[in-house]
Design a protein around this ligand. Structure first.
Ligand code: MN
Length: 239
Protein backbone atom coordinates (compact mmCIF):
# COMPACT_ATOMS: atom_id res chain seq x y z
CA UNK A 1 0.00 0.00 0.00
CA UNK A 2 1.38 3.45 -0.94
CA UNK A 3 2.79 5.43 1.99
CA UNK A 4 0.46 8.39 1.49
CA UNK A 5 -2.59 6.13 1.80
CA UNK A 6 -1.16 4.30 4.80
CA UNK A 7 -0.56 7.64 6.59
CA UNK A 8 -4.05 8.86 5.73
CA UNK A 9 -5.64 5.71 7.16
CA UNK A 10 -3.58 6.17 10.31
CA UNK A 11 -5.01 9.69 10.54
CA UNK A 12 -8.52 8.27 10.05
CA UNK A 13 -8.01 6.04 13.10
CA UNK A 14 -6.76 9.08 15.06
CA UNK A 15 -9.74 11.18 13.90
CA UNK A 16 -12.07 8.49 15.28
CA UNK A 17 -10.27 8.57 18.63
CA UNK A 18 -10.21 12.39 18.75
CA UNK A 19 -13.93 12.80 18.06
CA UNK A 20 -14.74 10.13 20.67
CA UNK A 21 -12.40 11.73 23.20
CA UNK A 22 -13.87 15.20 22.64
CA UNK A 23 -17.43 13.94 23.21
CA UNK A 24 -18.62 14.42 19.63
CA UNK A 25 -18.92 10.69 18.82
CA UNK A 26 -20.14 8.19 21.42
CA UNK A 27 -20.77 4.49 20.82
CA UNK A 28 -22.35 5.46 17.49
CA UNK A 29 -21.34 7.95 14.80
CA UNK A 30 -18.48 7.73 12.30
CA UNK A 31 -15.83 9.61 10.36
CA UNK A 32 -14.81 8.91 6.76
CA UNK A 33 -12.09 9.96 4.32
CA UNK A 34 -11.99 9.91 0.53
CA UNK A 35 -9.41 7.66 -1.16
CA UNK A 36 -6.50 9.95 -2.10
CA UNK A 37 -5.99 8.26 -5.49
CA UNK A 38 -9.53 7.17 -6.35
CA UNK A 39 -12.12 9.92 -6.04
CA UNK A 40 -14.88 7.29 -6.38
CA UNK A 41 -13.90 5.45 -3.20
CA UNK A 42 -13.80 6.25 0.51
CA UNK A 43 -12.83 4.63 3.80
CA UNK A 44 -14.82 4.31 7.02
CA UNK A 45 -14.63 1.84 9.90
CA UNK A 46 -16.72 -1.30 10.17
CA UNK A 47 -19.60 -0.96 12.67
CA UNK A 48 -17.68 -0.31 15.86
CA UNK A 49 -17.55 2.39 18.57
CA UNK A 50 -15.12 5.08 17.29
CA UNK A 51 -13.11 4.99 20.52
CA UNK A 52 -12.12 1.40 19.66
CA UNK A 53 -11.45 1.74 15.93
CA UNK A 54 -8.09 0.41 14.69
CA UNK A 55 -6.44 0.25 11.27
CA UNK A 56 -7.82 -3.30 10.73
CA UNK A 57 -11.41 -2.04 11.12
CA UNK A 58 -11.21 0.30 8.12
CA UNK A 59 -13.10 -0.74 5.00
CA UNK A 60 -13.07 0.72 1.48
CA UNK A 61 -16.43 1.65 -0.10
CA UNK A 62 -17.85 2.79 -3.41
CA UNK A 63 -19.76 6.08 -3.35
CA UNK A 64 -23.00 4.03 -3.31
CA UNK A 65 -21.97 2.72 0.10
CA UNK A 66 -21.01 -0.79 -1.07
CA UNK A 67 -17.89 -2.30 0.58
CA UNK A 68 -15.23 -3.18 -2.02
CA UNK A 69 -14.06 -6.10 0.17
CA UNK A 70 -16.18 -6.50 3.32
CA UNK A 71 -13.58 -8.91 4.85
CA UNK A 72 -16.49 -10.58 6.66
CA UNK A 73 -17.00 -7.43 8.75
CA UNK A 74 -20.33 -5.66 9.31
CA UNK A 75 -20.41 -2.06 8.01
CA UNK A 76 -22.22 0.87 9.65
CA UNK A 77 -25.84 1.04 8.44
CA UNK A 78 -25.28 4.70 7.52
CA UNK A 79 -21.96 4.28 5.63
CA UNK A 80 -23.70 5.35 2.43
CA UNK A 81 -24.31 8.91 3.66
CA UNK A 82 -20.58 9.63 3.43
CA UNK A 83 -20.45 8.28 -0.12
CA UNK A 84 -23.31 10.46 -1.32
CA UNK A 85 -21.63 13.58 0.10
CA UNK A 86 -18.34 12.63 -1.60
CA UNK A 87 -20.32 12.12 -4.83
CA UNK A 88 -22.02 15.52 -4.59
CA UNK A 89 -18.99 17.49 -3.36
CA UNK A 90 -15.67 17.01 -5.20
CA UNK A 91 -14.06 19.53 -2.80
CA UNK A 92 -14.86 17.41 0.27
CA UNK A 93 -12.21 14.92 1.38
CA UNK A 94 -13.51 14.02 4.86
CA UNK A 95 -16.92 13.69 6.52
CA UNK A 96 -18.28 12.88 9.97
CA UNK A 97 -21.72 11.93 11.23
CA UNK A 98 -22.56 12.22 14.91
CA UNK A 99 -25.28 12.47 17.54
CA UNK A 100 -23.41 14.91 19.81
CA UNK A 101 -25.66 15.47 22.88
CA UNK A 102 -24.82 19.20 23.02
CA UNK A 103 -26.07 19.62 19.43
CA UNK A 104 -29.24 17.50 19.70
CA UNK A 105 -31.43 20.21 21.33
CA UNK A 106 -31.03 22.20 18.08
CA UNK A 107 -32.43 19.23 16.12
CA UNK A 108 -35.57 18.91 18.27
CA UNK A 109 -36.52 22.61 18.34
CA UNK A 110 -36.75 25.40 15.77
CA UNK A 111 -33.90 27.33 17.41
CA UNK A 112 -31.23 27.74 14.68
CA UNK A 113 -27.67 26.68 15.54
CA UNK A 114 -25.64 29.79 14.61
CA UNK A 115 -22.01 30.80 15.19
CA UNK A 116 -21.79 32.76 18.46
CA UNK A 117 -17.99 32.99 18.58
CA UNK A 118 -15.22 33.35 16.04
CA UNK A 119 -13.93 29.75 16.24
CA UNK A 120 -17.36 28.43 15.24
CA UNK A 121 -17.42 30.57 12.08
CA UNK A 122 -16.42 27.33 10.32
CA UNK A 123 -20.08 26.26 10.63
CA UNK A 124 -20.64 28.80 7.86
CA UNK A 125 -23.72 30.53 9.34
CA UNK A 126 -27.04 29.15 10.61
CA UNK A 127 -26.72 25.37 10.11
CA UNK A 128 -29.38 24.01 7.72
CA UNK A 129 -31.71 21.27 8.96
CA UNK A 130 -32.48 18.14 6.95
CA UNK A 131 -35.90 16.72 7.75
CA UNK A 132 -36.35 13.12 6.58
CA UNK A 133 -40.14 13.60 6.61
CA UNK A 134 -40.02 16.19 3.83
CA UNK A 135 -39.27 13.62 1.12
CA UNK A 136 -39.63 10.24 2.80
CA UNK A 137 -42.41 10.48 5.41
CA UNK A 138 -41.96 8.22 8.43
CA UNK A 139 -38.70 6.23 8.25
CA UNK A 140 -36.37 4.32 10.60
CA UNK A 141 -34.63 7.76 10.95
CA UNK A 142 -31.39 6.43 9.40
CA UNK A 143 -29.69 7.48 6.17
CA UNK A 144 -29.14 3.96 4.95
CA UNK A 145 -29.88 4.21 1.23
CA UNK A 146 -28.75 6.27 -1.76
CA UNK A 147 -31.92 8.45 -2.12
CA UNK A 148 -31.77 9.56 1.52
CA UNK A 149 -28.01 10.12 1.25
CA UNK A 150 -28.54 12.26 -1.86
CA UNK A 151 -31.28 14.20 -0.09
CA UNK A 152 -28.98 14.89 2.85
CA UNK A 153 -26.19 16.00 0.48
CA UNK A 154 -28.63 18.49 -1.12
CA UNK A 155 -29.45 19.93 2.31
CA UNK A 156 -25.73 20.24 3.09
CA UNK A 157 -25.31 22.16 -0.17
CA UNK A 158 -21.90 23.82 -0.43
CA UNK A 159 -21.53 24.14 3.36
CA UNK A 160 -19.61 22.36 6.11
CA UNK A 161 -22.48 21.19 8.30
CA UNK A 162 -26.10 20.09 8.35
CA UNK A 163 -28.42 19.05 11.20
CA UNK A 164 -30.65 15.98 10.96
CA UNK A 165 -34.02 16.47 12.64
CA UNK A 166 -34.33 14.53 15.91
CA UNK A 167 -31.16 12.60 15.03
CA UNK A 168 -27.82 14.42 14.88
CA UNK A 169 -25.54 16.21 12.44
CA UNK A 170 -23.15 15.66 9.54
CA UNK A 171 -20.01 17.67 8.81
CA UNK A 172 -17.90 17.86 5.65
CA UNK A 173 -14.57 19.55 4.91
CA UNK A 174 -11.40 19.49 2.82
CA UNK A 175 -9.36 17.20 5.12
CA UNK A 176 -9.54 15.11 8.29
CA UNK A 177 -8.10 17.92 10.46
CA UNK A 178 -10.70 20.28 8.93
CA UNK A 179 -13.68 18.01 9.57
CA UNK A 180 -12.51 17.38 13.13
CA UNK A 181 -12.21 21.15 13.57
CA UNK A 182 -15.79 21.70 12.32
CA UNK A 183 -17.20 18.92 14.54
CA UNK A 184 -15.50 20.14 17.73
CA UNK A 185 -16.48 23.77 17.05
CA UNK A 186 -20.07 22.69 16.41
CA UNK A 187 -20.13 21.07 19.84
CA UNK A 188 -18.48 24.11 21.49
CA UNK A 189 -20.90 26.49 19.78
CA UNK A 190 -23.96 24.43 20.76
CA UNK A 191 -22.87 24.49 24.41
CA UNK A 192 -22.06 28.22 24.38
CA UNK A 193 -25.20 29.22 22.50
CA UNK A 194 -27.40 27.18 24.86
CA UNK A 195 -25.75 28.79 27.88
CA UNK A 196 -25.95 32.30 26.38
CA UNK A 197 -29.63 31.90 25.48
CA UNK A 198 -30.34 31.25 29.15
CA UNK A 199 -28.82 34.64 29.95
CA UNK A 200 -30.85 36.69 27.48
CA UNK A 201 -30.79 37.89 23.86
CA UNK A 202 -27.80 36.46 22.00
CA UNK A 203 -25.50 38.35 19.58
CA UNK A 204 -24.31 36.25 16.63
CA UNK A 205 -21.45 36.69 14.17
CA UNK A 206 -22.45 38.67 11.09
CA UNK A 207 -22.35 37.06 7.66
CA UNK A 208 -19.13 38.91 6.82
CA UNK A 209 -17.48 37.97 10.11
CA UNK A 210 -18.47 34.34 9.60
CA UNK A 211 -16.96 34.27 6.12
CA UNK A 212 -13.73 36.09 6.97
CA UNK A 213 -13.05 34.25 10.25
CA UNK A 214 -13.80 30.91 8.60
CA UNK A 215 -11.39 31.58 5.71
CA UNK A 216 -8.68 32.31 8.26
CA UNK A 217 -9.37 29.26 10.45
CA UNK A 218 -9.66 26.79 7.59
CA UNK A 219 -6.07 27.50 6.55
CA UNK A 220 -3.52 24.72 6.96
CA UNK A 221 -1.57 26.37 9.82
CA UNK A 222 -4.64 26.85 12.05
CA UNK A 223 -6.00 23.38 11.31
CA UNK A 224 -2.64 21.81 12.07
CA UNK A 225 -2.55 23.53 15.45
CA UNK A 226 -5.99 22.20 16.39
CA UNK A 227 -5.23 18.71 15.03
CA UNK A 228 -2.00 18.39 17.03
CA UNK A 229 -3.71 19.62 20.21
CA UNK A 230 -6.67 17.23 19.91
CA UNK A 231 -4.38 14.38 18.84
CA UNK A 232 -2.31 14.86 22.01
CA UNK A 233 -5.44 14.97 24.18
CA UNK A 234 -6.53 11.67 22.63
CA UNK A 235 -3.17 10.09 23.55
CA UNK A 236 -1.31 10.44 20.23
CA UNK A 237 0.90 13.40 21.18
CA UNK A 238 4.43 12.02 21.02
CA UNK A 239 7.27 14.30 22.07
MN1 MN B 1 -26.96 8.50 12.83
Amino acid sequence: MPRELEALLGDLVIANRILAHEGVLDDFGHVAVRHPERADRFFVSRARAPELVTRDDLLEFTLDGVPVDPKGLRPYLESVLHGRIFAARPDVQATAHHHCPAVLPFTVTDVPLRPVFHMASVLGGPVPMWDSRDEFGDTNMLIDDVPRGDSLARALGGGTSVLLRNHGATCAAQSLPAVVFVCVRMKDNAELQTRAMGMGAVRYLSEGETRMASEMLMGERQLDRGWKYWRARAGFGGI
